[in-house]
Write a protein that binds this ligand. Sequence first.
Ligand code: FE2
Ligand code: FE2
Length: 284
Amino acid sequence: MEIDKTTFIASLSGPAAVDSMNPEAKADAIEDFMMKRLNTEKFGLALKGLNEPGIALDASGRYPTVAEIEAQIETRSHRRGVGNLFLSHTGNVNILPKMPARPTLADYFKHRFTFTGNHVLQSANLAKKNGLSEEIILACLLHDTVQELIKVDHGWWSAQLYEPYVSEKVAFAIRYHQALRFYEDKAYGYEYPEIYRMFFGEDYKPEPYIEAAYQMVRNHKWYFETRMVTVNDLYSFEPGVNPQLEEFTDIIGRHFKQPKEGLGFDNSPVAHMWRSIATPDRPL
Ligand SMILES: [Fe+2]
Ligand SMILES: [Fe+2]
């Protein structure tokens, strides 16, 4: 996907705002931006309408200061890390389709992963084309879906959501793709994304917990699997490419332990997370 630098920076309130963000927030912002773009093309939404309320250049084209950006926090009715299901950038939220009594992963894809679905399907599709293992393909398929619930630290949240149902290796790759994005490995075809350098300069350093995670993962036996999620993640924002979940039914069947009670009702330690995705309108 071609990214228009000006539009992207403006969507974040300009260079000063970008400078004020920590590297993890910047990476999330890029991913978020690309996802919005992808969904814009898919659903025909106006990009302008997807920008966050309270963020705009002033009349003179001056960008906000760090303090102004911080001041904007209190102008919003939501926090920026909130999940896609919990707010609308274009108006009011809509009534969600009812979930079956025993929802499967496919039901969640169909009825709840509407914002992240196409991106992760493209990612899995690419991993499949690249001849990667079924576990890597599954990790790609699931890696960002938790962003429907919450976006901050999404690698960790996502791994937790899936841990009871996938192998340790798959959960590991999902968890740490978030950290590996910042670190290149040319041997595996992953260069530090040009887009990060272009928009945010050369001197950005990931936060210590991200650096520590990377240092651990790079010497880990599952480094390859985790790295492959980032490799197939980066290039999976192509408009007009719409792989279907059915292409992955066999892989899901072999590597995803679908609970017979349904996701959200199996009394697992993460059942409440699934229920929160299924019924985000419950008041308490
Ligand atoms: Fe991600
Ligand atoms: Fe992703």
